[in-house]
Design a protein around this ligand. Structure first.
Ligand code: GLC
Ligand code: CA
Length: 560
């Protein structure tokens, strides 16, 4: 199935956050060789593709999402030759490689931005970014009140009356996508990686590239144009013109055989996701609804319905995401008190802000629900995006000391009352339970620097080597579930889903065709009342089944 043009339509994609995956040379930072060394592990896990978060040269203000050179590897992570080797190792293991493209902004260390600062207002160098004159007699006031996503103003003065726009950190300057030079340069970058054998791209903040700074005076816009509104009346997010960019990129993708694939990170209204995923654009879009939902059957059912509807509209397949490098890990989310609305984890953020002390994290419950969620997710039609460490059952690390945090979200709000940031899910992975090997095997056994984010002592209980030997571990469960999915479920290529008779209320139950001609029923029970199992062979259950019923917070796959 992997050789097929459409390999990505029902793929399991594993996100690698390179700096925290595996450190091959002991400097405390995960690297490209570290990924190559663990290709056997990834292959045994049973995934179809890896997506690498940015590994490009970067001052690392935003974990590498501040790119200084789009066509190179950060020397701290390795070389282009290391990357070629990694791609070859992945392909030899029948694993596709997806890289991250960050087109909304460059690092202020990018040669273009340096040139822009050195050049005069109105110059072609400045026209690659979004420079505007400030208000006030000498331009001493920002052009308007727009706020950065990480907090603080979105405009930064450069000392000559001009200000540049940054929707994220000050060190991430927004590019001007009205400039043809910007278009040409990104097409060059896409070809650069596609020529090196990269199979696809994840497009960072794909909904922000097109901006309207012309149709009305800047000061007439609201200070915080809301993401997720769908009226096209938003100057910054999800503007209709953004789709022209992706139609242009599609032509580049189609220069290759098989055509390169792309997935959009676009935090837009669910009704608008499908446009990014249509076949003449990127092909797929992240459906983040699972990651927004607390543990309630009706919320997840709605997320499934919306995801399938969006996929049908785009003539593509949807995606399912429980965790990524921007979100508190889902076993922790499910272990804290649950809120029955689609909220951005206010409660979890509040818990993090106070080092995980305000609410009780019921880890047994979190693990139980995470196992149940996995089966519910994996049998659905579409692609599944896994985040490194979820296969080990890792929880969020809530008590990283403030002075050790790297995330600009935390830096910018430190001592304030906003966010502790995203580092708690970016802590380097534990590979061995024996800490004498160096950082639980994250680093090499010889003398090594401390991992770039501190690992908690409890990581010992989640080490990959110990979990590999334990049949009841999360890792063994992931391997079993992924093998069944690829052999029996995704192998049919079908995207058909039928709601099963048990579906409704506290139960999510659906049917899918199986490759051996039988039908799969996937059942998840959110409620206290046990659900009696339909007849058939139990392929896998998220918890041992004592009698013929499915207990609360559990899932089962039954073949008939
Ligand atoms: C995306 C990335 C996030 C980054 C932001 C700015 O949302 O996933 O990690 O901070 O874009 O590039
Ligand atoms: Ca290293």
């Amino acid at each position: 199935m992997n050789m097929h043009e459409d390999w990505w339509k029902q793929a399991v994609v594993y996100q690698v956050y390179p700096r925290s995956f595996r450190d091959s040379n002991g400097d405390g930072i995960g690297d490209i060789k570290g990924i190559t060394e663990r290709m056997g592990y990834l292959s045994a896990l049973g995934i179809d593709a890896i997506w690498l978060s940015p590994f490009y040269p970067s001052p690392l203000v935003d974990g590498g999402y501040d790119v200084a050179d789009y066509r190179d590897v950060d020397p701290r992570l390795g070389t282009l030759a290391d990357l070629d080797e990694m791609i070859a190792a992945a392909h030899a293991a029948d694993i596709k490689v997806v890289v991250d493209i960050v087109p909304n902004h460059t690092s202020t260390e990018h040669e273009w931005f340096r040139a822009a600062l050195a050049a005069a207002p109105g110059s072609p160098e400045r026209a690659r970014y979004i420079f505007r004159h400030g208000r006030g007699e000498h331009g001493e006031l920002p052009p308007n009140g727009w706020k950065s996503t990480f907090g603080g103003p979105a405009w930064e003065p450069v000392g000559d009356g001009e200000w540049y726009l940054h929707l994220f950190a000050v060190e991430q300057a927004d590019l001007n996508w009205k400039n043809p030079e910007v278009h040409e340069d990104f097409k060059r970058t896409l070809r650069f990686w596609a020529d090196r054998g990269v199979d696809g791209f994840r497009v960072d903040v794909a909904h922000a590239l097109a901006k309207d700074l012309e149709s009305r005076p800047l000061e007439d816009w609201p200070d915080e144009p809301e993401q997720g509104v769908i009226d096209g009346e938003n100057p910054l997010w999800d503007r209709p013109e953004v789709h022209e960019i992706y139609r242009e990129w599609r032509e580049v993708f189609n220069e290759y055989t098989p055509a390169r694939f792309a997935v959009a990170e676009a935090w837009v209204h669910p009704d608008h996701q499908w446009m990014y995923a249509s076949p003449d654009e990127l092909g797929q879009v992240f459906n983040f609804e699972f990651s927004k939902m607390d543990w309630f059957a009706d919320r997840f059912r709605l997320a499934i319905e919306e995801g399938l509807a969006s996929a049908a509209r785009s003539h593509s397949t949807t995606t399912w995401v429980l965790s990524n490098h921007d979100l508190p890990r889902h076993p922790t989310r499910f272990a804290l008190p649950q809120v029955p609305s689609r909220v951005h984890h206010q409660l979890v953020n509040d818990w993090l802000l106070r080092d995980g002390t305000t609410y009780i994290e019921d880890r047994e419950l979190g693990t139980r629900r995470a196992r149940a969620a996995l089966l519910m997710e994996l049998a659905l039609p579409g692609s599944v995006y896994l985040y490194q460490g979820e296969e080990l059952g890792l929880f969020e690390v809530a008590d990283i000391p403030w002075d050790a945090l790297e995330d600009p979200q935390a830096q910018m709000t430190a001592h304030g009352d906003a966010l502790k940031g995203r580092d708690g899910c970016r802590v380097p992975l534990p590979w061995t339970a024996d800490d004498a090997t160096g950082a639980f095997g994250f680093s090499i056994p010889a003398e090594h620097a401390a991992p770039h984010l501190p690992q908690p002592a409890w990581f010992q209980g989640f080490a990959a080597d110990a979990e590999e030997r334990d049949d009841a571990s999360m890792l063994s469960f992931y391997r079993r579930a992924l093998a069944l999915r690829s052999q029996l479920i995704a192998a049919t290529g079908s995207t058909e889903l039928t709601w099963a008779p048990d579906n409704g209320g506290e139960v999510i139950a659906y049917e899918r065709p199986l490759a051996d001609g039988r039908t799969l029923t996937s059942i998840t029970n959110f409620g206290a009342a046990p659900v009696s199992l339909p007849e058939g062979e139990v392929l896998l259950a998220s918890t041992p089944l004592a009698d013929d019923t499915l207990p609360q917070d559990a899932s089962v796959w039954i073949a008939r």
